[in-house]
Design a protein around this ligand. Structure first.
Ligand code: GTP
Ligand code: MG
Length: 151
């Protein structure tokens, strides 16, 4: 099944939104397969956002992501990458619909509290960048037959 990498950024952790965010992914039906709290180096942040290295906000963005603890997670389920982005809301919280994480809890594009992979390919790259293979746990949710139509 599809997996996505989700990270609660330092502002989200400091604001006490970790439980709220995890609850939203859980209630939607996604399955948690990896979870840790980490304070990453600036180099780790630069590699994570390497696609944005030419942007004027790149340095500030990497300072931000490495400024404090981040809650790093892998969530699994049907269309997890695309669906995870729907839970997050748009990049700029000004445009994020109420009911989305950024729409409900953020004001500033530079402090938008959460990261989510933008595609299946990015997800696999990011999972490998943040987690060792043995940190991913494979398990079968009891509720699976209630969440998905029979194949
Ligand atoms: P992530 O899930 O964090 O990757 O965000 P995203 O995929 O919605 O947006 P993108 O990958 O394009 O940008 C990564 C991050 O850079 C965003 O989440 C913002 O925190 C930040 N960012 C994007 N655009 C701007 C901008 O115009 N100004 C500032 N200050 N930050 C920006
Ligand atoms: Mg992105």
């Amino acid at each position: 099944q599809e997996r996505t990498f989700i990270a609660i950024k330092p502002d989200g952790v400091q604001r006490g939104l970790t439980g709220e965010i995890i609850a939203r992914f859980e209630r939607k039906g996604y399955q948690l397969v990896a979870l840790k709290i980490v304070h990453i180096s600036k180099e780790h942040a630069e590699a994570h956002y390497s696609d944005l290295s030419s942007k004027p906000f790149f340095n500030g963005l990497c300072e931000y992501l490495s400024s404090g603890p981040v809650v790093a997670m892998v969530w699994q389920g049907k269309n997890a990458a695309k669906g995870g982005r729907v839970l997050l809301g748009t990049t700029n919280p000004l445009d994020s619909a109420p009911g989305t994480i950024r729409g409900d809890f953020a004001l500033d594009v530079g402090r938008n509290i959460i990261h989510g992979s933008d595609s299946v390919e990015s997800a696999e790259k990011e999972i490998a960048h943040w987690f060792k293979p043995e940190e991913l746990v494979s398990w079968t949710p009891v509720a699976k037959s209630q969440l998905y139509e029979k194949p």
